[in-house]
Design a protein around this ligand. Structure first.
Ligand code: GLU
Length: 491
């Protein structure tokens, strides 16, 4: 068998979204399991829909998610796009420069599988309208299929613009075997004479994808189910050239909880957005692998290596997988808890700096760093997304904390004051400032006023927050002087 070569072929027409990443991962798993090559090819032939930084964005996401590949474009340290691999360029607008797509489209004309079409956009629009009015499929009416060579030559000599269309055979069944959906059989009469080469010389997706998959010796095509209706057209092109047809595997879409397609309107589904908010790459991996697939056991937490071992492309679900943000949050919380404290600090760093709670310098000062670690250690268990870190720790880094007094006065102002005064007195006399001593010490007050009153009131007094780490650990990390100052201020 020839070498397994698998590609992803994203179009930089928008920021790569979380559903695309799931499809990319399934490609990746198969390529790595089969010890094949994994290739990234950029399909940017629809120049009108390009989004400027979408390509750089995509390459960064692949890098951040540690989805490694053997061939294709990548970024150097300065975010300059370079390419690796023997089948380059891997960017279709670059490949077009050598004239390959035009050459192949012309080859199809010579072989009788394609023809030039000189119809103007206005005529096509008119034709489409007429068909729509009659409730007929809006296929091209083949006006230019029957032009004589003389007519064609004259039109070209007159400088008339043309596209090249595929000549779809009449009354045939086009068949292929899809790994997910089984045998697919499409009547050729339902297929339009697809444009292969546009008048500006750019290929359409259909021509470029077939030419490049062939030239790059792709053995397996894994792509979203959206592309299933395009595949019969591709099969026709492969056959017209006499090329071997790769295996096709269409992967069900990732859906919103309401079963609609994942879309920007649902929420900002761009993968960069998730990474920026502080979802960990390892959580995204684990979660997305389980959207539309599972190992058939109860196990939900799996490392990259485990997933790579167990993943089975034949066991992906035919119905679309549902994207459930609560589940992703759950995974993220688990992976955050798995981090060593040093790693948690390092991943939280940019959030703390951006929120202006700490500076780069603070992390270089070994004393401060010790304190930062202690504080972050208090919240690591409770954080689900790294972007929650600043809000959860800010009161440990600022003396200027705001206490919402409404939180404190459920038992009345006087009672609260009495509790705080008692806590202040007791703690002033406490010499050993450790979690256990603090706990013993406050327990005696708790017996008088009730645990939740004492602990909650003290916690709010020193952190200003309704939800925060436990009172003893907070007091311990904050230290005696700062804790007492805060309690006093509130009294
Ligand atoms: N360029 C297509 C996309 O943007 C790729 C489809 C395919 O994999 O053939 O998704």
């Amino acid at each position: 068998m020839s070498k397994i070569r698998v590609r992803i072929a994203p179009s930089p027409t928008g920021y790569v979204h979380i559903g695309n990443i799931r499809t990319i991962l399934f490609n990746y798993f198969f390529a790595r399991q089969m010890k094949g090559d994994f290739i990234v090819r950029i399909e940017d032939t629809d120049q009108t829909r390009l989004v400027d930084d979408a390509l750089v964005h995509l390459l960064k996401v692949l890098k951040d998610l540690k989805i490694d590949y053997d061939e294709g474009p990548y970024l150097d340290e300065n975010d300059k796009i370079l390419e690796k691999g023997d089948f380059g360029s891997y960017i279709q607008s670059e490949r077009k420069k050598s004239g390959i797509y035009k050459k192949f489209a012309e080859e199809l004309i010579e072989k009788g599988y394609a023809y030039r079409c000189f119809c103007t956009p206005e005529r096509l629009e008119e034709m489409r309208k007429n068909l729509q009015e009659k409730n007929l499929p809006t296929k091209y009416d083949r006006k230019c299929l029957h032009l004589t060579q003389k007519e064609i030559d004259e039109k070209i000599a007159n400088g008339e613009k043309f596209v090249i269309r595929l000549k779809v055979p009449d009354n045939e069944q086009i068949e292929f075997e899809d790994w997910t959906y089984g045998k697919i059989s499409t009547p050729s009469n339902s297929i339009d004479d697809q444009v292969l080469l546009k008048s500006d010389g750019f290929p359409t997706y259909h021509l470029a994808v077939v030419v490049d998959d062939h030239l790059m010796q792709i053995s397996h095509i894994f792509r979203g189910e959206d592309w299933l209706p395009s595949t019969p057209k591709h099969i026709l092109i492969y056959k017209a050239f006499g090329w071997e047809i790769p295996q096709h595997v269409h992967i069900p879409n990732v859906l919103q909880p309401n079963k609609k397609k994942l879309s920007k309107r649902f929420e900002d589904v761009s993968t960069r957005n998730y990474l920026e908010k502080g979802y960990l790459p390892e959580a995204i991996w684990n979660y997305l692998s389980f959207v539309g697939w599972n190992p058939g056991t109860e196990q939900e937490i799996m490392s990259r290596e485990e997933i790579l071992k167990s993943f089975d492309i034949h066991k992906i679900q035919k119905s679309g997988g549902i994207f459930n943000i609560e589940k992703l949050d759950w995974y993220n919380g688990i992976y955050i808890r798995k981090l060593s404290i040093d790693e948690f600090v390092s991943r939280s760093k940019r959030f703390l700096i951006n929120a202006k709670i700490l500076t780069e310098k603070d992390f270089e000062d070994s004393e401060k760093l010790k304190y930062i670690k202690k504080v972050l250690g208090l919240v690591q268990k409770r954080i689900k997304i790294l972007s929650e870190v600043p809000e959860s720790v800010n009161s440990f880094f600022s003396e200027n904390i705001q206490v919402d007094k409404k939180l404190l006065t459920t038992k009345g102002k006087e009672k609260t004051k009495e509790i705080l005064q008692k806590v202040f007195e007791n703690l002033t006399n406490l010499e050993i400032w450790t979690h256990d001593e603090l706990s013993k010490n406050l327990e005696s007050i708790a017996e008088i006023f009730g645990r939740s009153q004492v602990f909650f009131t003290t916690r709010v007094a020193i952190t200003g927050k309704q939800f925060s780490p436990g009172v003893f650990e907070s007091l311990e990390v904050l230290g005696k002087e700062r804790s007492l100052k805060r309690i006093k201020k509130l009294i």
